[in-house]
Ligand binder design. Sequence first.
Ligand SMILES: [Ca+2]
Ligand SMILES: [Ca+2]
Ligand SMILES: [Ca+2]
Ligand SMILES: [Ca+2]
Length: 461
Amino acid sequence: MNLQKGKHHARAVWMALAVAAAPVAIAAPTLTPVGPLDTNVLGMSADGSVLVGTPIFGGYAFRWTREGGTENLGGIGGNVQISRDGTTIAANVLVDGNPEAGIWLGGKKWRPLGGLGASGCPDLSDTYGINGNGSVVVGLGWDGCKAYGFRWEDGTGMVSLGSLEGNSSRADAVSADGSVIVGWDAAETGEWRGVRWVNGVESLLATPGGPSLGSANAVSADGSVIVGGEAGKGPTHNKAYVWTAKRGGIVIGMLPNDNQLAGAYAFAVSDDGRVVGGASGAQTRDAFLWTPTTGIFKLQDYLVELGVQGLDNWVLDTVTAISSDGTTIAGWGYRGPKRHSHVQGWVIDGLPPFVDTDRDAILDPVDNCTLRPNADQRDTDGDGYGNRCDPDFNNDGIVDGKDAAYMRSVFGTADPDADLNGDGIVDSRDVAILGNFFGKPPGPSGRVATVSETRPADAIR
Ligand SMILES: [Ca+2]
Ligand SMILES: [Ca+2]
Ligand SMILES: [Ca+2]
Ligand SMILES: [Ca+2]
């Protein structure tokens, strides 16, 4: 009885401390609308400071910063992209009535980059990607009505990347130094196959016997990780994928969806290749993220768990950009009191690192035992520490003789709190777990500010 009474008192004090300290110790990421209503955010500098986009029906390119807001750059929009260093913006411009890839020169002035032939269809060329310092632009170039991926650089001008069998191709993205370009190459059947050009030499991403890999949409800064869509095994090619030279193509799937038309596309990847983002769904879509241990998950759900405010009126549709370190993520979605009210860009700042230390598919910031695999997240006393790391039954912050005594008193029963491993009985396995924690605090838990983060340890003794 005394133990129980003490337990509740101590828990109340502990929870009060944790709640009071949490806003200081764990600042929630923030969601900020980007650009005017009914525009898409399509690109972001590597440090997350400058974002670019265009209205949903085109018309101009814009540049957005947190300090300066939206700047209309003119041009006609298209696939507006920005160099990793934030200095150079590429988009489509109108030349003699025909769209053409161009580079922004300041104000509303643009430098058109030409085409692959004397005439287009009617586009002469379309922007799709730009490298680290803005010296290389890639995209789709037209020679009459034949279209191929292009690489443009000052000096060489616009050069066709060709294709494997003489069908169409397209260059969608380029590595920081301009040496690796990714995109698609059409088969005789018309199917878009994911490809890369390394110093101009083209190869298919898919290997015989492996999954089909469709259009490649983004490449990591160093060119080693490529992401895209239209991937899968067998007849349905509708999933997102990650490709690396070492491991080949990995189909990362899609968010759960009963619609036969559902599919997922990856559009962005962090520098280390460990955070991938895109869109998944059918008529309506949801922004997703993928990491190696968690697999694919819905971004909006994760943000809610992290305590991000202001999400109620949003449906985050598509991730289009991820900063170098993965802590800033941008895209577009629907904003307003009703779904599909208005299209608007967004950026999320201050995301914690995408680390899953114990590899149990629960990211550290929301894992209630960050160092013990506990995918079920069982926490029977509801204190934010999962049972797997919570032999501190009286919640006084230390696992000691009092906790051991409590476990002894319920040994052989189904006491939920003392059943640390969740197998339905308090037995020697649970005693062993308690033994590992003896003399130590419970946790650590991503859901509770640690003692050192809240206040000096002696304050709670
Ligand atoms: Ca984990
Ligand atoms: Ca865990
Ligand atoms: Ca607990
Ligand atoms: Ca047990």
